[in-house]
Design a binder for this molecule. Sequence first.
Ligand code: GLN
Length: 455
Amino acid sequence: TDACLAAIEGAGALNAVVHGTPDKAREMARAADARIKSGDATPMTGIPLGIKDVFCVKGVPSQAASRILDGFKPEYESTVTQNLWDAGAVMLGKLNMDEFAMGSANENSCYGRAVNPWKAADGRELTPGGSSGGSAAAVAADLCIAATGTDTGGSIRQPAAFTGTVGMRPTYGRVSRWGVIAYASSLDQAGPMTKTVRDAAIMLGAMASVDEKDSTSADIPVPDFEAALTGDIRGKKIGIPREYRVDGMPAEIDQLWQKGADMLRDAGAEIVDISLPHTKYALPAYYVIAPAEASSNLARYDGVRYGRRAKLGQGDGITEMYEKTRAEGFGPEVQRRIMIGTYVLSAGFYDAYYNRARKVRALIKRDFDEAYAQGIDSILAPATPSAAFPLGAMDQADPVQMYLNDVFTVTLNLAGLPGISVPVGLDKQGLPLGLQLIGRAFEEGELLNQALVLE
Ligand code: GLN
């Protein structure tokens, strides 16, 4: 804990930690020490963690990197963080992210950008990815041993790939969403961001629980994920989905994918060609469904219940209060998503957009069901279409350019499946690249065991 606190002090330029809690960390570390001495430690006892700002931590600012939650200190603890503290983990502080987890570069944050500890060959600063950019940067720069993330459309796996770390999104329902500030409730899922696959297995085991406070928490016991790590994947069937070979995919991503397939084959797995025919509709369906749910979830920020309220002028009534508070409290990307969301849910367009996207979502899920019904154990694909890009590279771009970054990650969120991104190689500049394995629902142990082979 002391080493991490010192590293955080020296790493202000990364802007990864947005609210440090050093006193709390030292106190928790002392308690962990005592627990270890008394012989009742868990593998998480005394492990210093960073917590993405989207998790409510009692008495600590928790604002999902949004100005609209300025001053909000929750009166309650998220189930995930409570589970981690119960296991003896130590809280170092809150980590940077995109506002309300909307973004792929950690550039939509009220705290400013987070910076990737890896640098481009020409010295330019790079994005750590998003939305869990602060988590990925903090793990990669050794500011913490591991961090929590959330993944609605790739926000754990893409930043992990951009920083050479491991990121796992569990099956929807495996980890409680209670006390996690909502973005798109049918897609959101918290997961571990770590340095190794083994750490991910240990941390997922501590985060997961059946939770009556979350009605979508699955009533399925949490197995010992670490015990599943045998390294034996002989006879497993791993699918290579041909539709992920998108136009203009850089040769180095293709080579990385080939390398991953070879590693799995060398370990005794069978590599098979599969088809997920509706893949190309995943991105548009995601960018209808996620904003629709976001527009509804963000309606609660009204200047009354939480956080910030705008200063009002003479004669301003409640409507002006709402309008001014929301106009100054939400950043531009969040406002864009609210507008898209309310548009696709509006009476005149509901069938054309939202309902159609839901139907497409069902087809995407069916693609996976059919692949798994053929005996496929997992699916191997790139995590991202490129290595980390320079900070600000997308500033002038059309927002759709940024959305295209999520082409490989959003599909499994629509299907509710688990996925893990593992660093497998470097691009020609020497920057990390990740591959992802997509698993069967609630078989994270199996997935982690296969991921071990890619490490
Ligand atoms: N980049 C995607 C988005 O902006 C995914 C974000 C996430 O997984 N939270 O919506």
